[in-house]
Design a protein around this ligand. Structure first.
Ligand code: HEM
Length: 453
């Protein structure tokens, strides 16, 4: 290791089991969750390991989270830690952009998530669920990891790129998106630009996606020139947005912003939906209450509205617990750029610091009986105890949209169907093959249309 994490008064405990070649890299890649739990059990709140030559300090617990999230970007840098995303989003976009440009891009992203936009998204998501389930028949079995991956790709594309693009969502678009996803594997952590078939395909896919988005931009400009009203979606926001110096976004940047938002919101939301459904099926004792809560929303036959989505505490409890026990993102990272002091530990520039919600969300001081799934569990008093959406200055900007989307999906699903497990409850396991926690294969559940619906 070239850089050591040293401190003034206390030595940071180091995890056992480093290999001469690569340190703990292989164990981290092969069994990331068990590995991080082991580091915490051995080392406590602060523990160091060797990520293939990069000294990495795992920090667990609300005080450590708070220090991490409150540190400024020039001390703990997200961009430097997430360079593997740059070839996917593109140079000049988010982690590949200058900090002042990234900040303005984030502001532009935020415009698509304002209250007035969100209220229209609830209906879009509900309609997608109705279309998605229309051929299900009265009963059947389905892999719900796959189903939610598909459904949330449709909902994200619909909200982000509008209905025209969504309904022209061809196999080509899905294939390109898959090639981009396959371009993020754990080896990208060490070198995102290595000569590798999947990385070459990733770069080709990005270029082609830019062509498709550019075509859509030109189609819209032509339509507007003929007097058509502009569409009310994210792509329109990107097309009309300006940086502080008056410059418009290039097509390269717009493509990058689309991919960035799709990546940030797609699997995180689809896996949260899959876990929520597994947990609903695992806990039939709550079914009557849950269905009662949902049916009340639709009393009088009205459509799902944004406001109605605020009044479903038990469903919210299920989603919150799914996010506590199965948080999708578990390697929240920063590169230390300036010495970073936490309690008695001084972490030196050149190291990475990392948070792992999956480990932190099981601390019994904040979550009594942590392994128990309890949809009525009160939220902990300390706001830095539960961090499925991160925290501080880089807290997830899609938090509210993600919750709206998952709630809208479940309102429509539970309004019409009941769900049961098809395997013993413990066979639905957690895996993290591409740095996002998801249910193991197969994730099959049985559905039955509710009587009288
Ligand atoms: C950031 C989780 C859905 C957009 C984050 C972070 C987490 C997270 C943990 C912080 C990462 C860090 O600090 O390094 C989740 C989960 C979601 C979800 C669990 C779903 C259940 C979404 C959606 C969108 C989105 C739907 C977009 C519509 C973003 C963006 C950031 C972010 C743009 C970066 C913010 C920044 O760098 O300042 N998300 N997210 N997320 N998320 Fe989400």
């Amino acid at each position: 290791m070239s850089t050591q994490a040293v401190n003034t008064s206390k030595t940071i405990p180091v995890a056992s089991g480093a290999q001469t070649e690569g340190g703990h890299y292989l164990e981290f890649i092969n069994t990331p969750l068990a590995f991080m739990r082991r580091v915490f059990e051995e080392c406590g709140e602060v523990g160091q390991f060797d990520m293939g030559g990069l000294p990495t300090v795992l920090m667990i617990g609300p005080e450590a989270h708070e220090a991490f999230f409150r540190a400024p970007d020039d001390q703990l840098s997200a961009s430097e830690a997430y360079q593997m995303m740059v070839p996917v989003f593109g140079e000049g976009v988010q982690y590949g952009a200058e900090p002042h440009i990234e900040r303005q891009q984030l502001k532009i992203q935020y415009q698509g998530l304002k209250h007035d936009k969100m209220s229209s998204y609830a209906g879009v998501v509900a309609q997608e669920v109705i279309d998605f389930t229309k051929d299900w028949g009265d009963e059947g079995e389905m892999d719900f990891y796959e189903a939610f991956t598909d459904l949330t790709l449709r909902t994200s594309t619909h909200c982000l790129l509008g209905s025209v693009f969504r309904y022209r969502l061809t196999d080509e678009f899905a294939d390109l998106y898959r090639d981009l996803e396959n371009g993020i594997d754990p080896s990208a952590l060490l070198d995102p630009n290595q000569q590798k078939e999947t990385f070459k395909k990733r770069d080709i896919a990005r270029e082609r996606l830019q062509e498709l988005i550019t075509e859509e931009i030109h189609r819209r400009r032509d339509a507007e020139a003929k007097g058509e009203e502009p569409l009310d979606d994210m792509l329109n926001i990107y097309m009309t947005a300006e940086y502080e110096d008056g410059r418009k976004l290039t097509e390269h940047e717009i493509t990058g912003l689309v991919i960035w938002f799709m990546f940030a919101g797609h699997h995180t939301s689809s896996n949260t939906s899959a876990w929520t459904l597994v947990e609903i099926a695992r806990h039939p004792q709550y079914h009557a209450e849950l269905v009662g809560e949902i049916d009340k929303l639709f009393d009088g036959g009205q459509e799902l509205s944004f406001n109605a989505l605020r009044e479903i505490p038990l469903l919210e409890g299920f989603i919150r617990e799914a996010l506590r026990l199965h948080p999708p993102l578990n390697a929240i990272s920063r590169r230390v750029m300036k010495p970073f002091q936490f309690k008695d530990y001084l972490i030196e520039p050149g190291c990475n610091v990392m948070l792992c919600p999956w480990v932190a969300h099981k601390l019994p001081e904040y979550f009594p009986n942590p392994e128990t799934f309890d949809p009525k569990r009160p939220a902990p008093d300390n706001v830095f105890a539960a961090i499925p959406f991160g925290g501080g200055r880089r807290k997830c900007v899609g938090n509210a949209f993600a919750l709206l989307q998952v709630k809208a999906i479940f309102c429509e699903l539970l309004r019409n169907f009941e769900f049961e497990l098809t395997m013993p409850a413990e066979d639905y396991q957690e895996i993290m093959p591409a740095l996002i926690l998801r249910p193991s294969d197969p994730c099959t559940l049985r559905y039955k249309r509710r009587k009288g619906v």
